[in-house]
Every structure is written in C-alpha cells, then in structure tokens.
Design a protein around this ligand. Structure first.
Ligand code: AGP
Length: 605
C-alpha cells in the first residue's frame, strides 16, 4: 500500500516530510518522492528503491519549502521506476495518490485535445493532468477537487500541492486519509503513524470527504461540498507516553490508556459501517495460504493463542501457535503455503527474531505485528502490521497486548474477506469492535471491586485462573500478570483440564478466578465451578449479566462485565485481569513497573 504525507508549516517542512515517509516504510514500497512549493516554484525529488536513495539525492541540495507532499509508492499501474514514482508534477500542481483510478483511460481520452505531457504509464498522472487542465481553465483548487471527485472512479486517497496556493487539497474514497493539526503546522497522511510527533489533534476523513488545510484553515467538505465537522481525536505525543503524569505507575497509566490505544489501532485500519480492513495488502494471493504459524513469547504468545480461535473459526484457516524459544530449535517441516506471523511489542525479542530467520530460511512469507516501528522484527519481515499503542514503559504488557489482539482480530477479518469466507458479516463485526473502548471505559469507572479482590488474594499462597475457548489463553495471561508483578505463584488452566490433575491442588479457600462470558462454553464452565466448589475452592467469577443470572449463586465473588462477543470478549476481559494483578502488586509493595528479574525486552537468548 502506498504511503502519503502532506505538510503545511511555518518553517521548512522537508525534514518532517522525510521522517514521515520513514514511518510509512512499513507499508511496503518500491520508490519514494517529495515535492515542495517555495516562492511559488515547485521542487521535485523522487527515486526508485529505498527511502535512503531519496535522502541521498536531496542531501546535496538545500531544499526549502514550508508546504510539500511526499509519497512511498507500491507499484500497481506501471513498474517501479523514477518516472512512475510519485509525486507527479505539472505546471500548476503536484499530486500523490494511494489506490487505483479505474476509469483513468476514459479521463485520458477526455484530455486528448488539450496540451498534456505524460512522463509515466500510471493512472495517477492522468489525474494530475486533469487537475492541471482545470486550474489552467481558471477553476479554483476547490472547484477542481469537486470536478475531479465527481469524475474519477475507483478507490483513492489524493493530495494536491497547487501553484499560487498556500494550502493542500485532498480527498479520500476507499483509501484512508487523516488530518493532523498542531499550533504551528497542519498535515494530511495515509495513516496516523506518519503524523509528526508534535500533532495535537487528529481528524479521520470519511468516505468521499474533500478537504483543504493551510496555516489558517482546516476545512472538510462532504460529497455535496457542504462544510462538515468530523470528530476530533487527541493525538498523544511521545512525551505523553514517557511520563507518568498523575499516575502512580506506568502500568496503571497504560491500563487506563487502552480505550484510546484500542480505538487508535482500530481507526487506523478500519472504519465504522465499512466493508474494508485497511491493513497493508499481501502481494501474494491470500487464497493460496493454507496455514498460519504464529510465534511469540510471553504475553504476545497469549495474544497469538487467542487469535488461533479467530483465525480458525472466522478465517477458516489452520493455525499453529508456537512459543518462540521452542519453535526456533525444533526440526519442523513446513508447508510452503504457510504464512508466518511473529508478534512482539518490542520487535527485539531474540527468540522471536531467530524464528523469523528460521521462517525466512524455510522460504515462507512472514508478517510481524509490532508496537515499535523500525525494530529488528519489523525491518526484516515481509509485511508489518503495527499496533498503535505508543511506547509501552511498564514491563508487564497491557496496552500492547490489547492492541495486538485488535490487530490480530482485524487480520482474521482481512484474511476471511480475502478468502471469501466471511459472507457479509465483516461490517457488523467491525462495528461491534468500535464499541470496545466504551466498554473498557465503563470497566475503568468502577475499579473498587478489583481493589477488594486484590485484598482477598493478599494472603493466598497460590491462585488459579481458568477459562475455556479464548478465555483459556486469557487465563494464562492473567496468571502471568500476577506472577510477574506480585511474585505470587499462579496457574492458568483450561477449565476443562482441571480434572486431569490440577484439581488435586484445590482445597479450602484456594482462590480460582473463572473467566466466563455467557457463550457456548458457559454451561461447561459452570460444571467446572461445581468441581472446584466441591473441594472447597473459592470462586471469583468474571462474567456478564446473562452469566451472572445463570451462575446459580456459585460464585463467592462475581464481577459483571459489559456484554461481549467472540471477538470483543478477550479484549474486554483483559482489563479486569490486568487490574487484579496491579492492585495486588501495589498492596504487596512490589516494583510494579520494573519487577525483579525481568526486562521490558528480552534481547538475549
Ligand atoms: C509481558 O507482561 C512480559 N513482560 C513478557 O512476557 C513479554 O510479553 C515477552 O517478553 C515478549 O516481549 P515482546 O512482546 O516485546 O516480544
């Protein structure tokens, strides 16, 4: 997928253009370019290959300009080359584009009687010629945008730089665009990761929106060219992630941040009431992939275990989940029709990196889900699906975990759509996902109950988490959270597995935290609760309103969460699991953010 950035600044925008393009490299590209307008003169630089080639090219030149556009191109029409790289420059305008203009030949024919000067074989350049012609004919940039968006067909995110104008003009249909606003500059980009760090607020464009930004304006119009007010979202700067503000620990701050990081990740790759998932596209035919092999460590491994249920039940694809430190040494044969997916917050976990190397030797496609762009994993994978959680400081992973789940859920929908196995359910499921942040906020409003549970667990020598389906890996994650920050022994188990041995450990007042939304496993889990109660175990049941009505008063303590479904439950049920561990750790006075013996990123083997 191509990457787009446009900036209007009080100062020279070149460095920000280039650093934004470097944050767009994860989308995959084969050429890059920038165009600026300085003293009403266009300056164009573009080069085939990596961004470093473009950097080298402009290094010797002192390019000035307070307004400019940049692009990383993933070739669709026309091979990777200098000529086919964006931006395209005409006498009156420069353009960058993400998407495909389906009727570009008709538009080219309609311009046949006018002076044109094609340098490439791309669909985008035809739109540049159309814009140039309209401006030449005396139309204003906005009038030209209106005419262009009424004539072109296909999917597009377009950004124009126009001679004699201090504004950028843009429109989206089927390819995302976001506007970034700060006190001193404005920008428009294909995704939030490209936005310069200093952006204060973000506006996501909606289908068919047309917009203009300048130092004195940020206007969005609908298809009928009526001014509209899109929702404004706060953009967290790097500094906001790396200071505790008024929170006692980074961990509780990052737990609180999850409604935003889940939303930011969702909004970057999906839209309400939209049939599409805007993740980077695979260059291979997804239908030809028969297997997924997910590899990770620790919490990231638990995210992969949750996603196994989604990939198998929604994407209908056989999914293996492996612990990296085991997978890397195992002499496994691999089916060439496998996609390797590596999940890592830091992107620097040595065991996971070694698994990527192994997969590359086995010549299978590889994709990484990382929270740190530019990390080793992201630099060396064929595809990158970033989480938008911001830097995670607390050693115990929280916001990165729920962001990993969000990306994995979107990926399962994306693959299901590519394999045509999802019918017309994608829009409904995505819309349900957009309710998660509200549910997380409602859980965070009533933290007292988790503090009480923490008090109840204070003297326990051993604690159990159990669950079925996606709640089983969540039980493992709950146990890990407790272990790593309270230093108490805790076991996570598949609820159906207790009777095969661990039940021997259950005796009077051993606490067992049961994760059980009212789903197809609920009744079975209730009989597991009976088994535990019969041995004197103490039940802390985390369920929803239906579940509490049907729990036959078996719970000694009951937490009622908002209603959830197969996709949203693991993300929503992560919050109580994190809060219980956090409050117990604070009662015990452990070093919550830097627990003993642990590191944030395990870069050793
Ligand atoms: C999570 O709470 C732990 N700190 C740890 O298990 C972590 O998830 C694991 O080390 C993997 O790290 P990564 O996601 O950076 O690869």
């Amino acid at each position: 997928m191509c990457g787009i950035i446009g900036i209007v600044d009080k100062k020279n925008c070149i460095n920000d253009l280039i650093s934004s393009l470097s944050r767009l490299e994860y989308r995959g590209y084969d050429s890059a370019g920038i165009a600026t307008l300085n003293k009403n003169k266009f300056v164009l630089n573009k080069s085939k290959g990596k961004l470093s080639n473009l950097r080298l090219k402009i290094k010797q030149k002192k390019i000035m300009g307070n307004i400019g556009i940049g692009h990383t191109r993933w070739a669709t029409h026309g091979k990777p080359s200098n000529d086919n790289a964006h931006p395209f420059l005409k006498k009156n305008c420069a353009i960058v584009h993400n998407g495909i203009i389906e009727n570009y030949s008709d538009i080219k024919k309609s311009l046949a009687n006018h002076k044109t000067n094609y340098q490439s074989s791309t669909d985008t350049e035809v739109v540049a010629e159309l814009m140039n012609y309209l401006i030449e004919e005396g139309a204003s940039p906005l009038e030209s945008m209106k005419e262009i968006t009424s004539r072109i067909e296909g999917n597009y995110a377009l950004v124009f730089l126009v001679k004699s104008s201090n504004n950028l003009y843009f429109s989206r249909k089927g390819s995302p665009l976001v506007v970034g606003i700060s006190k001193t500059f404005k920008c428009v980009a294909s995704d939030t990761l490209a936005l310069p760090n200093k952006v204060d607020n973000i506006i996501y464009l909606e289908e068919g929106d047309i917009g203009e930004i300048g130092l004195d304006r940020a206007n969005i119009f609908d298809r009928s060219f009526n001014l509209k007010e899109n929702q404004i979202h706060k953009h967290s700067s790097m500094q906001e992630h790396t200071t505790k503000r008024n929170f006692k620990h980074f961990m509780i701050k990052e737990i609180h941040y999850q409604s935003k990081s889940i939303d930011d990740t969702l909004l970057n790759f999906a839209k309400k009431n939209d049939e599409k998932i805007y993740l980077p596209q695979f260059k291979f035919d997804t239908k030809k992939i028969d297997n997924l092999s997910l590899v990770a460590c620790g919490t990231a491994f638990h995210a992969c275990m949750v996603s196994k249920y989604w990939f198998e039940e929604i994407s209908k694809i056989n999914t293996m989940v492996e612990i990296a430190s085991e997978y890397r040494y195992r002499e496994n044969s691999i089916n060439k029709k496998t996609l390797g997916i590596l999940v890592s917050q830091s992107g620097e976990t040595m065991d996971t990196i070694k698994c990527l190397e192994k997969m590359k030797k086995q010549k299978i496609h590889t994709a990484s889900i990382v929270n740190v762009l530019g990390s080793s994993l992201s630099r060396n994978s064929d595809y990158i699906f970033p989480t938008i959680a911001g830097p995670e400081i607390g050693v115990a992973s929280t916001k990165a975990f729920t962001a990993q789940l969000t990306v994995l859920a979107l990926l399962s929908l994306h693959i299901a759509q590519k394999k045509s196995v999802i019918d017309n359910k994608l829009k409904k499921i995505t819309n349900e996902m957009f309710k998660i942040s509200k549910n997380v906020n409602s859980i965070m409003k009533d933290k007292k109950i988790y503090m009480e549970i923490a008090k109840d667990l204070l003297d326990s020598k051993s604690i159990f988490y159990v669950g079925r389906g996606t709640m089983y890996p969540l039980a493992l994650e709950g146990a890990l959270k407790l272990k790593e920050i309270t230093y108490k022994h805790c076991e996570g188990y598949a609820a159906g597995e207790l009777k095969h041995g661990p039940l021997a450990l259950i005796e009077d007042s051993v606490p067992v935290i049961v994760l059980a939304p009212f789903d197809k496993y609920f009744k079975k889990t209730m009989s597991n609760i009976q088994e535990i109660k019969a041995r004197g175990g103490e039940i802390i049941l985390i369920t929803d309103s239906e579940g509490s009505k049907n729990s036959e008063n078996l719970a000694d303590k009951l937490i009622c969460l908002p209603k959830s479904n197969f996709i949203t439950a693991p993300i929503i049920y992560s919050i109580p699991v994190q809060l219980i561990a956090y409050y117990l750790a604070t009662l015990l006075g452990t070093d919550v953010d830097q627990p003993r013996n642990l590191a944030k990123s395990v870069t050793v083997e």
